[in-house]
Design a protein around this ligand. Structure first.
Ligand code: NAG
Ligand code: NAG
Ligand code: NAG
Ligand code: NAG
Length: 312
């Protein structure tokens, strides 16, 4: 009998501590569910058994005796946060934010014949990388960039002779940018703060550099030499690109992104430069009905003047 009561004292509960309410935000790539045992006795993995459940269903278990993990398919990212410290009582779980659906979780630890349980609720918290409206604005601006560039190319193509090789090069460059940016937009528009979201934004912003030389080539078709106005428009586009890249570099490591407005301003400047370029080509192109090459119209008297000066 005496031994029997001793047995009951010996089988006292394990004490588990953690946080009863945990919030995950759009900025969390991973979610940690804390669970610490404070009164382990043997500190021997062989005697330990850990089960994590979500609303009664086992999502993760570890049997120290045979070092065997069992992980549910829909929680495949789940693992111990510090597997090396399990014998110190750290049974905290880490899983990807995507798989960590909100709900009630429990951590159950057994050491030989002693056991304990801890319950916690995982909730949605506030905070995300870019707000939905910011993501929509960024993607719309990039689409606008492609449309304005295509419109300019179409107008020039209708009005001026373009060497077919040059035409193919311009079209291929624009199509490549459009495809890469579309892939980027598909990755970026999704909720979350993952490598995919970051790469998606990069695929929309960085390849936009191609629009700067493209603008130069398109002006080159309309005007024989680059005029001050065309150089200013190309410069504006380049400035917008540089601002966008700086904004991108500031936004990638920060969640929430404190400098999202820099990135948006950069892309908006590029779009404005594209719009002005389209307007410039349209107005100059329409005005020069009798002189199809406005660049030449300026150049020819200059050349005459030059040869006149040389003769003297
Ligand atoms: C989410 O990320 C924040 C900041 O990095 C961190 O403090 C918090 O513990 C994370 N939340 C969860 C549930 O892991
Ligand atoms: C693991 O346990 C060791 C020794 O108790 C401690 O020094 C270390 O900080 C722990 N590691 C973590 C990641 O908690
Ligand atoms: C989790 O438990 C709390 C009470 O402990 C309850 O209010 C809540 O609805 C539960 N959540 C889910 C998703 O079951
Ligand atoms: C929590 O947020 C996720 C993603 O943002 C959403 O799919 C889910 O419906 C939200 N759950 C609750 C209970 O608000």
């Amino acid at each position: 009998m005496c031994q029997f009561s001793f047995f009951f004292i010996g089988s006292a509960q394990l004490i588990l501590i953690g946080t009863s309410v945990i919030e995950k935000s759009g900025c969390n790539e991973t979610v940690v569910l804390p669970c610490h045992v404070t009164n382990l006795r043997q500190k021997n993995e062989n005697a330990m058994f850990v089960i994590w459940k979500k609303e009664g269903d086992t999502i993760f278990s570890y049997r120290g005796g045979n070092k065997k993990y069992n992980v549910d398919n829909s929680f495949s990212s789940a693992k111990f946060l510090h597997p090396e410290n399990l014998t110190d009582g750290d049974a905290s779980l880490v899983l990807s934010s995507k798989q960590a659906v909100v709900g009630n979780y429990s951590c159950e630890v057994t050491e030989s014949n002693r056991e304990g349980e801890l319950r916690m609720e995982l909730r949605n918290g506030s905070g995300s990388w870019f707000l939905l409206v910011e993501r929509a604005v960024i993607v719309s601006l990039v689409i606008l960039l492609v449309i304005l560039c295509a419109a300019q190319l179409t107008f020039i193509g209708l009005k001026y002779e373009i060497e077919s090789q040059r035409k193919v090069c311009i079209i291929v460059a624009l199509v490549i940018f459009a495809v890469v940016a579309a892939v980027g937009a598909a990755l970026f528009i999704q909720d979350g703060y993952t490598v995919q979201n970051q790469a998606g934004l990069g695929l929309m912003v960085i390849p936009a550099v191609i629009l700067v030389p493209l603008q130069y080539v398109m002006f080159g078709i309309v005007f024989d030499s680059q005029l001050q106005a065309t150089l200013a428009l190309i410069g504006l586009k380049l400035l917008g690109f540089i601002i966008a890249v700086v904004g991108f570099a500031l936004c990638v490591p920060a969640c929430p992104p404190l400098h999202g407005s820099v990135l948006i301003a950069g892309i908006a400047i590029m779009a404005i430069a594209s719009l002005l370029s389209l307007a410039y080509v349209f107005i100059m192109g329409s005005r020069m009905k009798d002189h199809p090459r406005p660049g030449k119209a300026v150049e020819e008297p200059l050349n005459e003047l030059q040869s006149y000066v040389m003769r003297i």
